[in-house]
Write a protein that binds this ligand. Sequence first.
Ligand SMILES: [Zn+2]
Length: 480
Amino acid sequence: MSRLLRLAGAGAALAGLATTTRRVVAFQPPAADPQRADLDGLDADAAAARLAELIRIPTVSSRDPDEVDADAFERFRQRLTELYPLTHRVLERELLGEGALLYRWRSGTDDPPLVLMAHYDVVPVAGQDWTDDPFSGRIEDGAVHGRGAIDDKGSLVAILEAVESLLAAGFAPARDVYLSFGNDEEVFGVGAQLAVEAFRARGITPWAVLDEGGAVVTGMFPGVPVPMAVVGLAEKGLLDVDLVTTDPGGHASAPSRDGAPARLARAILRLEASPFPARLSDVVLAMVDACGRHAPGAYRALFAHAAQLRPALAAVLARASREGNAMVRTTVAITELEGSKAANVLATRARAHANIRIALGETVQSTVERLRRVIDDPAVELHVVGGNDPSPVSRTDNAAFALIGHAVRSVYPDAVVTPYVMVQASDARHFSAISDSVYRFMPFDVTREELAALHAANERISIAALHRGAGFFRYLIQRA
Ligand SMILES: [Zn+2]
């Protein structure tokens, strides 16, 4: 799943607001410096070579089972056992459903476990303008190239490099460590749900869960010179609704006024004219705050009045960019339109599909109710196709979140850790049902261009980032 961090708009918005405020807020004292990660035993080039091999196995997922190359998925799982022999000797491994993998590294204690997630399916490459074979796994210019390099075989490899190297060093974890690797994340499949069901059936409440999400980014917020490690604490909800109008129909030579398509169009325009309210959630406020604290004075000035400025900040973010807008409100995208099937026949039914991303603090039900109110036309039926509420917001006052922050700075010493809200859905949302400490973060420093290549052409990851990512997971496992 794409996890594009389009934060530039937020930074631009901040720049505008910051210049209008005066008071300067005091810095919070920085947390104690973590130890540097011990990268001994991690071989960057060997890790890159293993990732390249796994990229060469085209585990492309599809909602149509006939289009899934089950053999590729099988080969991928087989190759994992060969590339990471110690892991497969020591950890218990279960196959859930069609191909989700759940590993358990026993600690001998009953302490709540750490769960590290990734997925090994990738999105298709059709229609994309790659400069090379998307499944070449080419290693060039200090990077591994190909579909899945970041999303999400990169995370999977970084996790396994950490586990394998720790096993080689004779390390034993203080709490159980589970690895949950999905096979169908990109198609909203059931792999992660099966893992959650397994935990639930065994009465296990994870200590912390870490899945893909944010990353380490620099230059996304104009004026913020330091790298920002954005850790997703929550994700927006998802709602798919059909808007349907019906008519008796008839010949197009004698149309009625206000027919099905006209009423549908009016409903769409009403939704467009009355967007959901823009609100600054606590999580987005915390993100803006963290950025401000590490920017020049003008930015910092903003936070003396953060609480009072919430509505203004939300409005500015909403106007700043599409991405800023998505962070502060429920969004409605009309994606499909359908009317009469023939050029000279009146529509008996007109349909528009709305793909809606629900902001924190709202629900599927409250969203549907507001749609009805805004459309204000009983002749427009709303058919809910599917949906889920926004995830809960994970804790930041616990040892797990603090450890993630330390692990980040063990490999990215200059990075500032900040929370954020993911506007896309991820497998992690299923784990919110059994843990209040679910975090969405990939420990890779990525450029704007690298982010733009997720789900697009020329996806790649730098070998240095992959190396640091493995160091991050090692640090986390050693101290969890
Ligand atoms: Zn993904």
